[in-house]
Design a protein around this ligand. Structure first.
Ligand code: CA
Length: 227
């Protein structure tokens, strides 16, 4: 899952990014409202984390402008403790949730997970397919009850495929949701990741769950994949 972080306090921004990258998220940073608006319009994000007090364009204004152009990406607003009006204004301007500064990282993480789950219309935190279970909160993967060791990037790809199970996910969509702005998309790195992921998930099991549809994309399904 890919997140746009719009926060002008550099130390806080780095702290948040570091934590999220460790959780397997891809994170792009913007340090003012205009840069944030530009990236939100040009790129694809699963969530936007937005500070209210920003140079050039406030978080509230940015939020309003995105909703005016019908951007549906969930937005989590960060406000200072005393700014009750900010919270109300933030929600009124189209934000989906807010978090008051200072916050502990665990709370930010669980709110982000809840917003993403809602935007993919999922009721449970657990993503399942046949005997495969993926837990985005605990970051665990099991198949037939057996724990599978997986890297953060592999986890991110698997999470995306499972959130859209039985649907084709194109290579471009994998890149957009799993890697950040600096990713060099000409390389075959997605295919390499997909190869190791398939080995880890499917090797030794009768029903393959991770499929490559040549020239089309990828699909997580326990049925015969059809593009
Ligand atoms: Ca600020």
């Amino acid at each position: 899952m890919r997140i746009l972080l719009v926060e002008d306090e550099e130390r806080l921004s780095h702290f948040i990014k570091k934590g999220l990258v460790e959780q397997g998220f891809a994170v792009d940073q913007a340090y003012d409202g205009e840069e944030g608006l530009y990236l939100a319009k040009e790129e694809t994000y699963d969530l936007i984390v937005l500070d209210v007090m920003l140079p050039k364009l406030s978080g509230i204004e940015l939020c309003k402008q995105l909703r005016e152009i019908k951007t549906e990406t969930p937005i989590l607003v960060l406000t200072a403790r005393s700014e009750i009006e900010d919270r109300v204004e933030g929600l009124d301007s189209g934000a989906d949730d807010y978090l008051t500064k200072p916050f502990v990282f665990a709370e930010l993480k669980s709110r982000i997970n809840a917003l993403i789950r809602r935007s993919y219309r999922q009721v449970s935190n657990l993503l399942t397919l046949s005997d495969l279970e993926v837990n985005p909160i605990k970051h665990t993967v099991t198949r037939a009850g057996k724990l599978i060791k997986i890297t953060p990037k592999e986890f991110a790809i698997l999470e995306l495929l499972l959130r859209r199970k039985h649907e084709v996910v194109t290579r471009t969509q994998v890149i957009e949701h799993v890697w950040d702005y600096n990713f060099e998309s000409l390389s075959n790195v997605v295919d390499v990741f997909m190869g190791t992921l398939r080995k880890k998930i499917d090797k030794g099991y009768k029903i393959p769950l991770i499929h490559t549809l040549h020239g089309v994309g990828y699909m997580a399904t326990d049925k015969k994949p059809k593009a």
